[in-house]
Design a protein around this ligand. Sequence first.
Ligand SMILES: C[S@@+](CC[C@H](N)C(=O)[O-])C[C@H]1O[C@@H](n2cnc3c(N)ncnc32)[C@H](O)[C@@H]1O
Length: 257
Amino acid sequence: MHTEGVPAAMQDGRVFADRLNYVYGTDCMNILAKLPCESVDLVIADPPYYRMKGGFDFVFHSEEEYLEWCSLWAAECCRVLKSTGAFYCWGSCLMIDKLSVLVLDRLDWIKRNLIVWNYKTGRPAKASYRNETELLWFYSKALHTLNIDEVRVAYSKGGEKDKRKNPKGKSCGNVWEFSRIMPNYKEWTGHPTQKPEKLAERILLASSKPGDLVLIPFAGSGTEIEACIRTGRNWLAAEKEEQYIQDFILPRIQSFT
Ligand SMILES: C[S@@+](CC[C@H](N)C(=O)[O-])C[C@H]1O[C@@H](n2cnc3c(N)ncnc32)[C@H](O)[C@@H]1O
């Protein structure tokens, strides 16, 4: 293995070639540390939520520890993002406000929207309303533009007949309707926090163009990777759990090659 000039943190048994369209089985900080400033067009971050779902969610001992960890990788994402770039970050309703105020707002980018993924289903609870959404922060650097025409949505029934309306559809709002991935869906992998591919595709179409470089620090089951391949984006991904890479991500990638 060639380790000359490679920081000690990266010498964990793998060769860190600067490969494009590649998933690295390592901590995303190792990949981020290798990327030059302002080299990435779009980051889609779906980090552990903090004590919600999946073993990877329960490795943090306190909220402070979780938020400190988020500060490290988020600062790196901000550093590697181009002045035209965009950053999307998932979070849970219990933590996403703190993540925004205590971590993301402190970095050199602009808060744009809190996007609500409305999946309409969810378990009833006794002391709270049925949770049928997940939340996604959208930040961007100053020169980012959204490809509004790429992500227009249908007008509500009847509205499309109004001649003043855009024939391509209504501009996309911040409430996104996609169903959750169920075990009987073709794209279902079994990963505990898999996101819908169509949702990832909307992010890519809105905030990048073919050939752009997309960074996926928490690849999970490979949803964002698959969406990048489908839409012709270049990508770099990290996933700490080798098993997820073997069981979910590689089969998804291989289905294209
Ligand atoms: C919320 S899931 C991502 C799900 C993904 N969006 C999908 O649709 O499949 C977060 C993933 O990050 C991985 N992970 C946790 N800490 C990590 C780290 N420091 N570096 C890279 N991956 C990490 C976990 O193993 C988990 O698979």
